[in-house]
Design a protein around this ligand. Sequence first.
Ligand code: ZN
Ligand code: ZN
Length: 351
Amino acid sequence: MKKMKAAVLTEYGKITWMETDLPEIKDNEVLVKVSYAGICGTDQHIFSGEFHPRTHVPFIPGHEFAGTIVETGRAVKNYKAGDRVVVDPIIWCGHCPACLIGHYPACTSLKLIGVDMDGGFGEYINVPGTMLYRVPEGISDIHSALVEILSIGFHASRRANVKKDDTIVIWGAGKVGQSILQAVRTKTSNSVFIVDILEERLSRAVNVYPDIHIINAVKDNPVEKIKSITGSKGVDIAFEAVGHYVDLPGIVNPVRGCVQSIRGAGVVCVLGLGNDPVPVLMKELIWKEGIIMTSRVSHGEFAETIENMRKGTLKPDALVSDILHPSEAQKAFLMLENEPSSHLKILLEFR
Ligand SMILES: [Zn+2]
Ligand SMILES: [Zn+2]
């Protein structure tokens, strides 16, 4: 068996750069030499053991990655060695009620490369040829590794049907919130608000998009501020990308804040994967005939993200706080856990 090196989650809370078996490809698969892989909030949950028993150790995480094909299986016709690709990590079953109507992100047995099976934190990975998107010239390897997370933003904005001239608030300026921000800014030039409690994250957002309104929920009541700036109208669409939230005195939770921030007949789109029930006063929503919807992963938005990257309408570098060698994966996870205000997206660089 040939060998490679990978950042292996050997036990929860411990990720080790070590020798492991080089994957062998099946006829329908390609072998990808990974260039960059991003650490996602989901990886942080996996690292700490929150996804057990869905995840088992030892295991190679990583569902946001890009690389170059080095070998193709006999049945793979559209790709050849040397092609640069990103991998859409989602595997749906094809026969559950959601899959039968083509709504794959809601598949009841949805699986992800890097969550439910070994992922991209290794030097090489085998993936089916059907899960690839070709990376055009002009898009760097670093940016390619950000296609997955940005596609989460494009999927959410498609779910909420963001249109030209819509006003938007995004609760949460973390990796997902900032990806939603980038996606919605390709669609609307009207007012966008972003809410967080970490000043550094808000600064990161406004540095790239100087025309947005930032609201630090520790200093200002977000709902009041949104109402005052929109002439008490509220926004058309509110996204919630906080998940685990901190209770602040006099401030409602982020989902309820979204409900209170939308105009009549507005839309709330929830992405945060918190562990606790979130209280919402339903009459605040009903009196607006508002809609609460959710958004989970992405479905086909890789193409839209790649096209926007090619056109230069995204700011991928703004998501990246650090680039480390995968032998420093343990350090990277601890940086994200202990210093959330100083780090956002950490990329692992395989070279
Ligand atoms: Zn992710
Ligand atoms: Zn399914």
